[in-house]
Design a protein around this ligand. Structure first.
Ligand SMILES: *Cc1c(COP(=O)(O)O)cnc(C)c1O
Length: 394
């Protein structure tokens, strides 16, 4: 008898032979600046935990208190019996935080894209999409059945060229871009993209997963950074990065949010996040609204680290945010560099093709407000030592 799943062995072997097999690190400690990975205590420069909220005592306390009052599971999809007052409260708080009309929450940022895009466009429509948009935007776009037209990364002129060429070929048009691009740490020229979109009557959508808690006043995100409140129809966000929890959110135009309550498929056919999640998200919003201290510290840490890395002779690409790519070029070199850093007690991952273009392999260093000055200096020392060993840096 032949093994009908033998093809999986072959595929997995190919991944291993070509170096694309994912060895998944396991953490045996709370998420924080110092963690235990594969049994070893290391400083964590891999997480999206920008503000150190993933293990914040206020979030833990809020989650425990809510569980005493509401239990754990939502018990049904949102539209039937699974909407708790906590969910509604979080949506009101997010709309206010983002300074927009309304908001709706989802199970994840990934799901928020899968819910929103097919609700806005279909077969007769067109999506204008930055070529480096996140996988969840790409999947949501495919799911919609709309024609997908790509424009060059963060290139407003190319965007307008693509829009002009498509004139007269579609019913509705939707411009979609990531806010912050997570591989390079640069952000979309959202003001200019919105300007062109207005000229051609396009709906506008930004996925601000890496911008929330980072950009804008007190971490209100990219729309706030550019002061575009009310001009971007859909702002997708996640609670899994700076907010330190899990869940997705769509904030923006009230009409669109209402439409998603009626037609967002993951909202209608999949249960919501649990009680402790929602309560912890509410505590995150509280913390962000009370003080800009964590966001300020994130930026102070990022500026310090990036300046010192440049002084050491490392190329940090064209980042505009705390995401710090350390460009190494060759993928084997990047992997070796990451392995040696780990031996030195620094956890920072290597990224290679197909995650980033060929020949642009790098280590990506994720800076957090939770890092102390000492943590940052330990990382800099490790980069300097490993750089000398491998002939990189100054
Ligand atoms: C991380 C990320 C997501 C997915 O968010 P989750 O809440 O973890 O599902 C979606 N879009 C972008 C741009 C992201 O960076």
């Amino acid at each position: 008898m032949t093994d009908k799943l033998a093809w999986i062995d072959e595929e997995l072997n190919t991944l291993k032979e070509t170096g694309f097999y994912n060895n998944i690190p396991t953490m045996d400690s709370p998420q924080g600046p110092s963690v235990i990975i594969n049994g070893k205590q290391v400083l964590n420069f891999c997480a999206n935990n920008y503000l150190g909220l993933a293990n914040h005592p206020r979030l833990v306390q809020a989650a425990s208190e809510a569980m005493q009052k509401f239990g754990i599971g939502p018990g049904a999809v949102r539209s039937i019996a699974g909407t708790l007052s906590l969910h509604v409260q979080l949506e009101k708080r997010m709309a206010a935080f983002k300074r927009v009309e309304d908001a709706i929450t989802f199970q994840s940022g990934f799901t928020a894209n899968g819910a929103t895009i097919p609700a806005l466009v279909g077969k007769e429509d067109v999506i204008f999409s930055d070529e480096l948009n996140h996988a969840s935007i790409i999947d949501g776009s495919r799911l919609s059945g709309a024609k997908i037209l790509r424009f060059k990364h963060a290139d407003v002129e190319d965007f307008e060229r693509v829009v002009m060429e498509a004139q007269g070929t579609y019913r509705r048009g939707l411009m979609i871009t990531d806010g912050v691009f997570s591989m390079d740490g640069d952000y979309a020229p959202l003001d200019k993209l919105v300007e062109v979109s207005k000229k051609y009557d396009l709906m506008t959508m930004v996925d601000d997963a890496h911008g929330e808690g980072v950009l804008g006043e007190g971490g209100r995100g990219i729309v706030d950074h550019f002061k575009l409140h009310g001009q971007v129809d859909v702002e997708v966000g996640t609670f899994s990065k700076a907010f330190g929890v899990v869940g997705g959110v769509v904030a923006g135009n009230a009409k669109i949010v209402e439409w998603l309550r009626q037609r967002g498929r993951p909202f209608l056919f999949s249960s919501a996040v649990t009680v402790p999640d929602v309560a912890a998200c509410l505590a995150s919003v509280d913390l962000l609204e009370e003080s800009t201290e964590l966001v300020d510290r994130l930026w102070t840490n990022a500026r310090f680290f990036q300046e010192e890395m440049r002084k050491l002779g490392f190329d940090t690409g064209h980042t505009q945010t705390p995401i710090t790519p350390v460009m190494l070029g060759d993928v084997q070199l990047a992997r070796e560099f990451s392995r040696k850093l780990f031996e030195e007690g620094i956890f920072a991952g290597a990224l290679g093709f197909p995650t980033v273009p060929k020949g642009k392999a790098r280590i990506r260093v994720m800076i957090s407000a939770a890092h102390s000055q000492d943590h940052l200096e330990q990382a800099l020392d490790a980069f300097e030592r490993v750089g000398k060993q491998l002939g990189k840096g100054g």
